[in-house]
Each structure stands twice: as C-alpha cells, then as structure tokens.
Design a protein. Structure first.
Length: 209
C-alpha cells in the first residue's frame, strides 16, 4: 500500500491558510503555490541517492556529496498542476517537464484527456506528478495509468490538498505510488469539491472566475 506523507511544516501551513482565504487574489495565490511547491519538494526528493565526489574548496581538497545523477521529470496535470512546476524547478532546475491535459466533466465528474506530451526518456526518470487538488482521484488515477503505460515505474504524486476519497482511490488503483500532500481535508461535497478546500485551484491560479 502506498504511503501518504502529510508535509505539515509551519511555513507550509501558514501559506496554505492564506491560499484558502477567499479574499486572496490570483497573484498572491500563484506565488504562494510556487513557494509551497518548493518547500514540499524538499520532502518529495528527500531520499534521492548521493555519491561521493572529490572537490577542492578554497582551503583544501575534500570528499563531498552530490546527487547521483538520477533523472527527474515533473509532470503537471493541466491546468492547475502547472502552478506547482516553477517551485519544483527552482529546487531541481535540470528536471525535464512533461504535461498531461485532463479536465473534469462537470456532469459525470469523470476526467477527459485532451493532451499528453512527455520527455522521450520518461520511463528512465523519477516522475513527480503534480496537481494542487486530489478530490475524487479520477484525474490522478488516469494520469498515473498514462505514465505507467509509457513505462514509468517510479512515480510520486504531489498535491496541495487532498480529500480522503481521492486518497483511497489512488491507493486502491495505484498502491505503488506514494502521495505527498500539505493537508488532508474532511470530505467531498455533492459537487465533488474538497471541503473545506480552497475552491477551484485552476480558476484561482489563472483568474478565470
């Protein structure tokens, strides 16, 4: 069974509270999401393997540590997931970025795929799949299935806020994928929005509502 990692650092919780406030505008919402994504990235990449390298400081030679060269890919679920990319890239600037386009049918609440563009060597990379909201889990499960169909076997799902229903669905369909979140909220309402949540992340990022 996959693990759920709740990253509850005080600065993340502080910034998330501001994001939840309905009075917070798009500019601040985007900036805060970028900052939280970078802070969460420290935990998502905590176990990257290290190797010893020989360097010289201004004082003397030494054996130091570097990330072993493990390749990373960041794959946002469009459109809201793209709001988490810059924060992760500030932490891992050499990572490649793919995109998966999904939207939720407002009547059926089922995800619809409209775009998929991934790095050619995606199957060789540790993939961080990003989406601010893990609500029903439908979009995340479909995106994970698409990645696995392309040979990916090392994937981590990174979300800002999750509902228990979405977590349960991902764990049932993709028990090999760990989930990283800043908060697990109470439940979904009849419209499949997370309660208390923070509204439609895509609309709040891009100012479309």
């Amino acid at each position: 069974m996959s693990q759920v990692h709740v990253i509850d650092h005080p600065m993340i919780q502080h910034k998330l509270t501001i994001m939840r406030n309905k009075e917070t505008g798009s500019k601040d919402f985007r900036q805060l999401l970028t900052e939280i994504a970078m802070l969460m990235g420290y935990e998502v990449t905590r176990d990257l393997p290290l190797v010893d390298v020989e360097i010289e400081t201004p004082i003397c030679p030494m054996t130091a540590k570097k990330v072993s060269g493990r390749k990373l890919a960041i794959v946002p679920i469009l459109r809201a997931g793209i709001g988490m990319v810059d924060g992760l890239l500030s932490l891992v600037p050499v990572a490649k970025v793919g995109h998966i386009g999904l939207y939720r049918n407002e009547e059926t609440h089922k995800p619809v795929v409209y775009f998929c563009k991934l790095p050619e060597d995606i199957q060789e990379r540790l993939v961080i799949l990003t989406d601010p909201m893990l609500a029903t889990g439908g979009s995340a499960c479909d995106a994970l299935a698409m990645l696995k169909e392309r040979g990916c076997n090392n994937i981590r799902l990174m979300c800002l806020v999750a509902a228990p229903e979405g977590i349960a669905k991902v764990q049932a369909q993709h028990p090999d994928v760990d989930i990283f979140v800043a908060a697990v909220d109470e439940h979904l309402n009849p419209n499949a929005y997370i309660v208390p949540g923070l509204g439609d992340a895509g609309d709040r990022i891009f100012g479309t509502k």
